[in-house]
Design a protein around this ligand. Structure first.
Ligand code: NAD
Ligand code: UDP
Length: 327
């Protein structure tokens, strides 16, 4: 660890809301490794202290347990605003809170950015395109979203937060960046949050059949978390407000994903079929030409490699869990 006296006084101060979560904690690692001073705000709803444990006593790091729905005053240079549950299971368990987190949380971060002059990056989502009629999805597509369904708290919350971002930009000249993130996976996804990559890996490790919802022909494009973090930083440091799609454009059916996991974790499991959730998008694939053109970003880690890294993480956690249970 660096000694106090070795710390640069002028190190840029970066706030990461949701920094104890899956994506946020990987972003924190990258920012800390590049010498930034990092403040994390998180209410630990879906995040875990273990994700940022290695930084807790570092002199350039601070953790504040705080809910973004409440205002906060801090002096910062940049804000990555990620706080919001991202998996359907969690964002639907308290949907009113999810809308409030997106809308009011973003309003509070915009007020902070307005007061401090900090640049604010908002983590929006491919869900703003809903069940899309344009494929692949470009940033100019306005989307096809059910405003009153069970996914709406997340989709419409993010859409309204994007509106606030652009209105603060036009009205108060706040320096904004908007990332539309597509399905991302990797180590530190929560075991119990129901997302397809973690579900399939855990089921396969446990010798259980993989739960395919519907006929498994729906598609998603999966981006490894390290690639996403590079994209978020490039967007923050670049010159365009966005919105910019960040995702891996290689598209897979859910059945293809299930088969890949089965091949990798040879545990003699099959698939079983379950009911498709309401408003589940049938296809999703980002057009990333804007990110490529503007800041030369594209993902580098293919699904098969990213899955190996993710399986390695879950296998370790699975082993230590089993060991604890047998003690
Ligand atoms: P996550 O659930 O692992 O992390 C979200 C973090 O925000 C958690 O640490 C949680 O405790 C915190 N949080 C939630 N509500 C809060 C509140 N009211 N106040 C303070 N902290 C709060 O999710 P993730 O996958 O890391 O997603 C991070 C961001 O990226 C989210 O905004 C999500 O919408 C967006 N995103 C993620 C994906 C993906 O595939 N992972 C896709 C699109 C968009
Ligand atoms: N899915 C599935 N089995 C699971 C979990 C999810 O077939 O155990 C499907 C889900 O219906 C969706 C896709 O996989 O079509 C991606 O789901 P996830 O919740 O990971 O992300 P999102 O729906 O938000 O894209």
């Amino acid at each position: 660890m660096e000694k106090y006296e070795e710390i640069e006084q002028d190190s840029e101060v970066v706030l990461v809301t949701g920094g104890a979560g899956f994506v946020g904690s990987h972003l924190v690692d990258r920012l800390m490794e590049s010498g930034k001073t990092v403040i994390v705000i998180d209410n630990l709803y879906t995040g875990r202290k273990r994700n940022i444990f290695k930084w807790l006593n570092h002199p350039r790091f601070e953790f504040i347990r705080h809910d973004v729905v409440e205002p906060i005053k801090l002096q910062v240079d940049k804000i990555y605003h990620l706080a919001c549950p991202a998996s359907p299971v969690h964002y639907q368990s308290d949907p009113i809170k999810t809308t409030m987190t997106s809308v009011w949380g973003t309003r509070n971060m915009l007020e902070l950015a307005k007061e401090t002059g900090a640049r604010l990056l908002f983590s929006s989502t491919s869900e703003v395109y809903g069940d899309p009629h344009v494929h692949p999805q470009t940033e100019s597509y306005w989307g096809h979203v059910n405003p009153i369904g069970i996914r709406s708290c997340y989709d419409e919350g993010k859409r309204c937060a994007e509106t606030l971002m652009f209105d603060y930009h036009r009205t108060h000249n706040v320096d904004i960046r908007v990332a539309r993130i597509f399905n991302t996976y990797g180590p530190r996804m929560m075991e119990n949050d129901g997302r397809v990559v973690s579900n399939f890996i855990i089921q396969a490790l446990d010798g259980k059949d993989l739960t395919v919802y519907g006929d498994g022909k729906q598609t998603r494009s999966f981006c490894y978390v390290d690639d996403l973090v590079s994209g978020l930083i490039a967007l923050m440091e670049g010159n365009i407000t966005g919105p910019v799609n960040l995702g891996n454009p290689t598209e897979f059916t859910i059945m293809e994903l299930a088969n890949l996991v089965k091949e990798k974790i040879k545990n003699n499991v099959n698939v079983c079929y379950e009911k498709i959730p309401q408003d589940d998008p049938k296809q999703r694939k980002p057009d990333i030409s804007l990110a490529k053109k503007e800041f030369n970003w594209e993902p580098k880690i293919p699904l098969t490699k990213g899955l190996d890294l993710t399986i390695e993480y879950f296998a370790k956690r699975y082993e230590s869990q089993k060991k604890k249970e047998s003690e």
